[in-house]
Design a protein around this ligand. Sequence first.
Ligand code: TXE
Length: 493
Amino acid sequence: MTFEVVKDLSAGLYFFNGKRQTIQGSETFPVYEARSGEVVAQCPSADAAHVDKIVDLAAEAQPQWGRLTPIERGKVLNRVADLIRQHLEELAVWEVKTNGKPITEARIDIEASADMFQFYAGVAPAVLKGDYFDLPSENQTRFAYTRREPLGVVGCIGAWNYPFLLCVWKIAPALAGGNAVVFKPSPFAPASPVLLGELLKAAGLPDGVYNVVQGEGKTGEALCLNEKIAKVSFTGSVGTGKLVQQNCAKRSVKPVTLELGGKSPLIIFEDAEISNAISASILANFFNQGEVCTNATRVFVHNSLVEKYTGELLEVLKKLQVGDPLHEETKVGATINEPHLKRVLGFVERAQAQGAKVLRGGQRVHPEGVEKGFYFDPAVITNLKDDMEIVKDEIFGAVLLILPFEDEAEVIQRANNTSYGLAAGLYTKDVGRAHRVAAKLQAGTVGTKQQNQPYEIFGCKITYALGMLVEHTVWLQNSKPAQFLSIPTTIAM
Ligand code: TXE
């Protein structure tokens, strides 16, 4: 089981028929290295015809993979987990080049990806089991059972902030469930899913079961409209999520999973341990350059603590290293690309024009050696009103907003005053209050005394992970009508 990490992207950014390759596309898009600002490749976009051809290849390959048992498929997933660990450092460097995040964080992503493959290899045999029940009959001669079957070909559309890990979050449950996959990464971070294809090939995944197509909105749309795609799993913004849902119901009816944006609150009550609350605020706002959907950019601080909290936070941030993400000491790397950097800068400028006060950062910076890269100096902002754009809309950048509050009822009302509901966090020593407030916060995941911990942030992720696995298979009875398997125990000859 030999595998070598590619040195460059010259062999292409597509993966089908079990190998890295490219296509003859009429349109191309530039692939940037956020760290240096350089264009490292031009990638052809797949049009509907390209997408349909690769979906056909996946549909041909799926039945053989789907007929294997979860244990047999699990062996391939465990082997890919081992390969990922063997090549962790090389894969982490690619993740830095692809996304711009610090090498220290990229290693966490790659390790978590190996864990995710192992998780699904282990849980699939337990989850992919059907039910058995007796049917009314004389002498118990009739019973029925259900069995889980793969959906078929699953279409996955990714965002750019966790290129490797986010891809694994989608493909590991789909493959464990016996499906084939066609994955379209974000054009801003196209490389990692192709590396995963080569890793899966080396681990023994049959050709055609995992495929990567590249492109922008039109390519994603073609995947949603393709009638051989049995289900779509999407990660991205709310706006695009709506389009994906619409297009998935246009030509066929298929289930859709949508992982969308956030504008999460972090509440720091008057009895919170300040140093903990500060490290959590930094993790919840500056980790991965702030490009995290569960980021708690709205930091509500009790009036009695605002001065102490702000002073100590700014003190700690004096040591925050923004720079070349390949350097071990770097804490904040490069923003994904120039348009996104300008988007984040725009939020800060407009907020200042509305009277907000920037206490630190909020500018573009040019670290030595990577001057042309896309670097933003993390911002801390106060003097805000809840109806300001910067407080209401998702920035998806390293911007921490300090919002003072007086009492519990007020802060819960303000925390829930958002169209988002992905995550929330709170800090208090009062366990009773922690549970009371957590129950009232309208968020998919609520963390107390922690924020954005890889596994905890998505507490719901574990359940979601199982959900994904379950969702990637079907109860036989509802995929193929009336296949309610009732078998008499005695066969009348
Ligand atoms: O999203 P976009 P981005 C969210 C995050 C932020 C956004 C950033 O909160 O809002 O994602 O990612 C493809 N039909 N999350 O800017 O623009 C596009 O090519 C089909 C949440 O990438 O929505 C890309 O591959 N596809 C999350 C993908 O959609 C289309 C974790 C997303 O693009 C399309 C990470 C179309 N019409 C980011 N148009 C979470 N909750 O876990 C574009 N695309």
